[in-house]
Write a protein that binds this ligand. Structure first.
Ligand code: ADP
Length: 872
């Protein structure tokens, strides 16, 4: 049934244009939602669902307009779009139905109300387009005006795209029609980006023209994107999407920054996650590198640090610059601490600038901006007094902004800018006068009354008020002849005459309207100041970049001292040498001082390490710590080591344990192999690769063959610096045979048949499996351990026979069945088996049948138990 009142007709017409949004329809002091929107909103927001028109049965839910923002934030954070429809005419001045229009649409990636955003994260909207052999991406944060774009080329594009998405961490993605299907599929199947909001958009016909007009420029050369078709296309598409949602409201976007990925270390999605660089979509940042490093004092600093952590630079000058600045703040402890104290008092200038343009700024924001200017000047002074030129600012301009606000806005303004009460006295004469009238209106009338009495000599002259005439002067009939010419007679009563004078009417207007006029005038004056500050947008954006940088650098200096980091030497000769290295995250998770430091030496002569050691001995920790130290060095940060020389590293790859993945069986192996394939296709001789237990997802022989072949391929063809951790001691043979490879192991101490983890890396390969000892450490019952040992001995015996028969190398790479030359020992062995009891033979048969690779530890224990029962 359709409610066809004019209002609902209007609603229907508007809703038709915004079908994918929840329509907030303004009705007086409420935003109302109808039909499906009402049902949805009542479910998501816990609102009462009522009916607009009992007969017509229209579902309705409403919220008071002044508390709308929290409801909008809630819906948007759940991925909905909200269209705000306002009354655009004054209801008092129209007959019939008021005109209504949608004034803004808010989506997860285009939230403007920063109150509900996480201050340490940008709120990005990302655009993606696939074109031939490249992918164009762009991302924009409309609360700060940051608008960036870059291009993905070469290698596995989708892999790289996933890496970028994880870095940018958008709240919403827009994809053009043609690329939509492919990307949506990939995102959905990756299962990592489950909660991402994806919107399909149309490409713009003439994207270049659109951008030129929007930025009012002659050529895209100034942004460095001329002739980059996919970039121009995606920038225009993304920009148009956000512009359209604003319905004509201005945005703080003033330029496009093209980011070449050439100078940034490539960290794909898997690597970012394996190394716990920053939090993922589900978690927070505890236990991540960012969590260890981020003690920034401002949210702008935290946001910049996050970008630096995700984008280690390959620009050696930039690294040196950051190192030198950190060094300064390490030496100048007092300067650093004083500055960090003041940084705490600097507000989110970047977002305040955004609010200026988006017109969501209020008096409190301006006072915050003013206070920030004062603190920046104080920081500047501290630095200058201490001979540092790290902060280069235009002092005069900052003072101008400070004064502009100081002169106009009171120190503690109310939240709303609509009701007045925030402009300083003495700033505007008209306002002062109005306030005076509003507060002292009665006194003014008395003053006029006294003046008129004196002028006319009529003692009984009175100023009175009624609804018909407003204020008037009343004079008794007896005194009527004393009334001057300029009195205008309005009414004659029996005993009195009533007059008005222009002055009185002027005051009447003022008193009656003072309150409204004050609010309007203050709002106007506020907009005027905002307009003036807007002229400083570019300068303020630069300033916020500098302050963020200062925060990050002084923070990294603080962290370096707090965590005993040292300055790494940056090289370009392929050397990676770390002495006394530590894992920045793990060292925080175990009791202080217990972390065992380790060294590594990789260079063009020795670039491949085969690392053996029992489970839990510290192999992953060791490899990851090297990767993290490399990343930190490329951030310009100090690193957890006693000494480090780090060569520029273009990419870091990690392939870590198949068992870490939630997937199972064959698909795990597929996943593992496709990741390895990606590494092999993308790595260069300047890359660093971590391989942890490759080949685990398949049978032992398969695993060893593949692991060996991969090792040789990387060693011979790619020459990337690589550490390969494995529990196949067979691989140590390669460490001896390949020229640039070497074997290392994690030292364990065996005493009285017990094993102690020393966590120390030493040269040479391990030759034993320590699994059973680890099981003992874990507290498994003794019986089981004894039995495991027996079984292990049998298995090893069998393995030796096979190895001797086939030759390790052949076995690993080709299989095949060369001639069998039994040794005396083997013959004895077989004889032993032949003379075994029937129980023992049964056990042997069962063991033969077992496919270890398809066994969980629990199943293994159960099996051992079963075998034991047979023997008993
Ligand atoms: P693996 O990869 O060999 O199975 P891990 O690297 O996961 O072993 O290390 C297991 C645990 O040992 C870590 O969680 C950590 O608590 C501890 N550990 C690793 N390396 C060290 C070290 N160098 N110093 C102290 N404890 C360490």
């Amino acid at each position: 049934m359709v409610d066809e009142t004019p209002l609902m007709k209007q609603y229907g017409e508007i809703k038709n244009q915004y079908q994918d949004s929840i329509l907030f329809f303004r009705l007086g002091d409420f935003y109302e939602m109808f039909y499906e929107d009402a049902k949805l909103a009542s479910k998501e927001l816990g609102l009462t669902l009522t009916k607009r028109n009992k007969k017509m049965d229209v579902p309705l839910a409403g919220i008071p307009y002044h508390s709308a923002s929290s409801y909008i934030a809630k819906l948007v954070s759940k991925g909905y779009k909200v269209a705000i429809c306002e009354q655009v005419e004054d209801p008092k001045e129209v007959k019939g139905i008021v005109k209504r229009e949608v004034i803004r649409v808010i989506t997860p990636g285009t939230v403007i109300d920063t109150e509900y955003l996480d201050e340490k994260n940008n709120n990005y909207l990302m655009g993606i387009i696939i074109k031939d052999k490249s992918i164009g991406i762009s991302y924009v944060d409309i609360t700060t005006g940051e608008f960036k774009t870059s291009k993905i080329v070469g290698g596995n594009l989708i892999y790289k795209l996933m890496g970028e998405i994880n870095k940018i961490f958008p709240k919403e993605i827009v994809i053009d029609e043609k690329s939509y299907g492919i990307i949506k599929n990939e995102l959905e199947s990756s299962r990592i980006f489950e909660n991402l909001n994806i919107t399909k958009v149309q490409n713009i016909k003439n994207p270049e023209k659109y951008l030129l007009e929007y930025f009012d420029i002659k050529s895209l050369d100034s942004f460095g994107i001329k002739n980059l078709d996919e970039i121009i296309q995606i920038c225009a598409t993304t920009l148009k999407y956000v512009v359209d949602l604003q319905k004509g409201n201005e945005l703080p976007i003033s330029k496009i920054s093209y980011e070449s990925t050439d100078n940034i270390m490539e960290l794909n999605l898997t690597t970012q996650r394996n190394l716990d660089i920053v939090e993922n979509y589900k978690g927070n940042d505890t236990g991540t590198l960012l969590g260890i490093l981020d003690f920034c004092k401002s949210s702008m600093g935290s946001r910049l640090l996050k970008k630096i952590v995700k984008n280690p630079t390959l620009d050696i000058d930039e690294i040196h610059k950051r190192q030198n600045h950190i060094e300064y703040f390490i030496k100048e402890v007092l300067v650093r601490e004083e500055i960090r104290e003041k940084l705490k008092e600097i507000y989110d200038i970047e977002r305040i600038i955004g609010k200026l343009t988006l017109e969501t700024v209020n008096g409190r924001d301006l006072v915050a901006l003013k206070e920030s200017m004062r603190n920046i000047l104080e920081i500047y002074k501290v630095l200058i007094d201490n001979n540092s030129d790290i902060l280069k600012i235009d002092v005069d301009k900052i003072i101008e902004i400070y004064n502009l606000i100081e002169k106009v806005i009171i120190d503690e303004p109310p939240f709303s800018i609509r009701e007045g009460g925030f402009i300083k006295d003495g700033y505007n004469t008209e306002l002062d006068e109005l306030r005076n009238i509003a507060e002292h209106g009665q006194d003014y009338l008395l003053k006029i009354e006294t003046e008129e009495r004196e002028k006319t000599g009529i003692k009984a002259l009175k100023i009175k008020y009624n609804k018909v005439f407003g204020y008037f002067i009343e004079v008794t009939k007896a005194n009527a002849e004393l009334v001057p010419d300029y009195y205008i007679r309005k009414q004659t009563l029996v005993n009195a005459e009533r007059y008005i004078v222009p002055e009185l009417k002027e005051y009447e207007d003022k008193i009656l309207n003072a309150k409204n006029r004050i609010a309007t005038l203050e709002y106007y004056l506020f907009k005027e100041v905002v307009g003036e500050i807007k002229n400083y947008t570019q300068m303020l954006q630069d300033l916020s970049d500098k302050i963020s940088y200062l925060d990050v650098i002084s923070n990294l200096a603080y962290i370096a001292i707090k965590n005993s980091y040292i300055k790494p030497e940056i090289a370009d000769d392929g050397t990676i040498e770390i002495l006394g290295g530590r894992h920045p995250i793990v060292e925080k998770l175990i009791p202080a001082g217990e972390f065992v430091k380790n060294r590594v030496m990789l260079n063009s002569k020795k670039d491949f390490i085969i690392l053996t050691g029992p489970n839990m001995s510290g192999k992953s920790t060791y490899m990851k710590q090297i990767a993290l130290i490399i990343i930190m060095a490329h951030m310009g940060s100090y690193v957890p080591a006693d000494y480090a020389k780090i060569s520029l590293t273009d990419k870091i790859f990690t392939r870590i344990g198949a068992s870490d993945d939630l997937l199972t069986g064959q698909s795990t192996f597929m996943l593992e192999m496709s990741e390895v394939a990606n590494i092999l296709n993308s790595a260069t001789d300047r890359s660093f690769i971590i391989l942890d237990e490759i080949g685990r997802g398949t049978s032992t022989f398969d695993g060893i063959s593949i692991a060996s072949a991969i090792t040789e391929y990387i060693h011979d063809k790619i020459k990337a610096k690589t550490i390969f951790a494995t529990h196949y001691h067979e691989l140590t043979e390669l460490g001896e045979r390949l020229e640039r490879a070497s074997n290392f192991r994690i030292e364990v101490q065996e005493k009285d048949n017990k094993i102690k983890f020393l966590r120390e890396i030493v040269q040479g390969g391990a030759d034993k499996s320590y699994g059973i000892e680890v099981a003992r450490l874990a507290g498994l019952p003794k019986e089981i351990l004894v039995n495991s040992k027996k079984i292990l001995n049998i298995l090893e015996e069998r393995k030796n026979i096979i190895e001797r028969n086939f030759g390790v190398e052949q076995m690993m790479l080709f299989g095949g069945s060369p001639e069998v030359n039994d040794t005396k020992e083997e013959i004895e062995n077989r004889e032993n088996i032949e003379t075994a009891t029937s129980e023992e033979r049964k056990v042997i048969d069962i063991l033969k049948e077992i496919d270890i690779n398809n066994f969980t530890p629990m199943e293994a224990l159960l099996k051992i138990n079963e075998l034991k029962k047979i023997l008993n």
